[in-house]
Design a protein around this ligand. Sequence first.
Ligand code: SF4
Length: 375
Amino acid sequence: MSGIYVHIPFCKKACHYCDFHFTTNLANTKKMTDSICKEMEIRKKEFSSNYNSLYFGGGTPSVLAISEIKQILDHLSKYTTLSQQIEVTVEINPEDINEVLLSAYRELGVNRLSIGVQSLNDEILNWMNRSHNQEKAIQSILLAKKMGFENINVDFIYGVPGYPNRNIKEELSSLLSTKPFHISCYHFTIEDKTYFGHLKKQNKLKEIRDTQSEEEFKIITYLLCTNRYVHYEISNFSLPGKVSKHNTNYWKKNNYLGFGPSAHSYHYPYRSWNVSNNVQYIQQVSTNSFHPQKEKLSDIDHFNELVMLGLRTSEGVNLLEALKLLNEKNKSDFKVNIDRFLHDGLLKIKNDILVMNKEKWLLSEFISRELFILN
Ligand code: SF4
């Protein structure tokens, strides 16, 4: 299976922590929509027929007019057949959610929303420069459910510095009162080219202590798992049957096609990415000089990525598949490397699947790095 990703690089305002590619100048949404359609035409030979997910991400896709989303969908259907079963997700912010928009999305075939809630504490939302408050966030999820959406993800951020008395339990309890079908909980990071990055450079903001992060992670995991959510990836929890197909394609290293500025595509063993600049992107596409950057992954790169992504998931790493990528020397190095983690109980192998002890998932990045084979 594989997926399609469409990057919509516009936001109404910039959140202080965000380093995704977007602009707050909304003047060129029509030109951008035309350019994304043109890119699809240029790359029409790359389409296949077995997609299980179409994902509009960004940025904030909900800033596009309905007619612009429709234009992209109509264009896509010229090059591939999107079956009824395909997961069609639109990222949306709570303040954009209203009945008219949701019913238009449903008519267009959008069957999943990913709502950027982030927190249910108004002080934190304000500090992050988000446009909604906790009341609007709750109302937006309830309205989406009332309008018939049976698959809704909610993004939530933990590990926020400067709020040692943040009541994560209370926030999650109100979130759980709306019973979203899927919850992605991401750790707050201070990215260089953001407002918070700027504060960090001036020593006005520091990352949270590891012990507090761990404490919050434990509370989140406990609360969600005791409320029937399945913790299937380090940052992701789903009610039964609502696992994200979009994210799963990425973790399984399935192929995907990405359109729009900064979008990445993957077709084993090649990865490519579009320019992260709206003006250059539009110009490249309109002057037939579209040239994404491209790299070929070596077998070792591919192996390292399978390990890194697999250890983050409850499905783990399929060793039969992964070890085929290594020569005998690298295989034996890898076996030596995993031994100490098997011995410590951080990793285990069952039926040729290597999985991490979920209780220690926060260490997965460290362990992956220890297991990497050098090129
Ligand atoms: S978090 Fe979302 S809404 Fe905020 S700036 Fe980033 S992409 Fe835009």
